[in-house]
Design a protein around this ligand. Structure first.
Ligand SMILES: [Zn+2]
Ligand SMILES: [Zn+2]
Length: 290
């Protein structure tokens, strides 16, 4: 893909991994997507159980160098790290940018859940090196890409990201919802608008149907309606519905996708909506090359 970027979904489920025939098409692994651009090291969004198949795809003959943009420390976003095959190489290096923690440096807080008796080894005991970097409202460079992180509304400290590289852009706003604040439900925080502003692809939490949202608003997730609303307000080109609820079968996600498409057509004209599924590859090209 000369001049373009390749975004691959490896885990699209929220909250907990799930297995069963009813999840076969979208998949049961939790949050993980990778962004690959010719001439750049890979950038990975979140380290849910989808990081294991991601590692199988990215592993090469030599040491691995790459970056993880970690939204927060809930289980469904961190459990893949010990199973990321490229880190079994001694010279591999993984930089993890995640939300700065009040309780201490990010590496110490992360090490508090990946350690005995919760897990047999710590991040330090992986063969490769993991470097943790606390982030909040920040702009920083990663191997030629411009990365922006901003706080979003969730049940624990959580950030969303935007990556601009080679003139193309992807925003990743998982685990985010209007129910965690006193803001009106239709309000879109300026930080979220900044992340998604005119972006080529917005990957956004779409865990609930509109009907479910009312009783689950305190979970800190979005309805499909709100995901479409954010994409429309920000002028995003494409929206990927993400972080599917484990109680939703493939058929139910299909229905939510159809609903979102109809809604987008009604409120947001040329917005393209897709439903993220494991293995889905989205290739982004410059407008002139489309
Ligand atoms: Zn989650
Ligand atoms: Zn969460």
């Amino acid at each position: 893909m000369p001049g373009g970027i390749k975004l691959t979904f490896h885990g699209v489920r929220g909250s907990t991994p799930c297995a069963g025939e009813q999840y076969r098409r979208y998949g049961g692994n939790t949050s993980c997507a990778s962004l690959e651009v010719d001439g750049h090291d890979p950038i990975i969004f979140d380290m849910g159980t989808g990081l294991r198949p991601c590692g199988e795809k990215l592993a090469g003959d030599g040491p691995f160098h790459g970056t993880v943009l970690l939204t927060h420390l809930h289980w469904d976003h961190i459990q893949g790290l010990p199973f990321f095959a490229p880190m079994s190489q001694a010279d591999s290096l993984l930089d993890v940018y995640g939300p700065a923690q009040e309780a201490g440096p990010l590496d110490a807080v992360f090490g508090g859940v990946m350690c005995p008796p919760y897990f047999p080894i710590t991040p330090d005991e992986l063969h490769g090196t993991v470097r943790f970097h606390g982030a909040g409202t920040d702009d920083f460079a990663v191997n030629g890409a411009k990365v922006r992180s901003r706080w979003v509304r969730h049940t624990s400290p959580t950030i969303g990201f935007r990556v601009d590289v080679e003139g193309l852009s992807v925003a990743y706003v998982s685990d985010h919802g209007p129910g965690c604040s006193d803001d009106p439900d239709a309000f879109v925080p300026p930080d979220v608008l900044e992340l998604a502003d005119g972006v080529d692809l917005l990957i956004h939490d779409a865990q609930h149907t509109c009907d479910e949202f009312e009783s689950k608003r305190h979970f800190g997730h979005s309805s499909v309606d709100y995901a479409v609303h954010v994409a429309h307000e920000a002028g995003a080109q494409r929206l990927a519905l993400f972080h599917h609820c484990p109680s939703h079968s493939d058929d139910q996600v299909d229905l939510m996708h159809l609903y979102a498409n109809a809604l987008a057509e009604h409120v947001a004209g040329d917005l393209e909506v897709l439903a993220a599924r494991e293995g889905l590859v989205v290739e982004l090209q410059h407008a002139l090359a489309r």
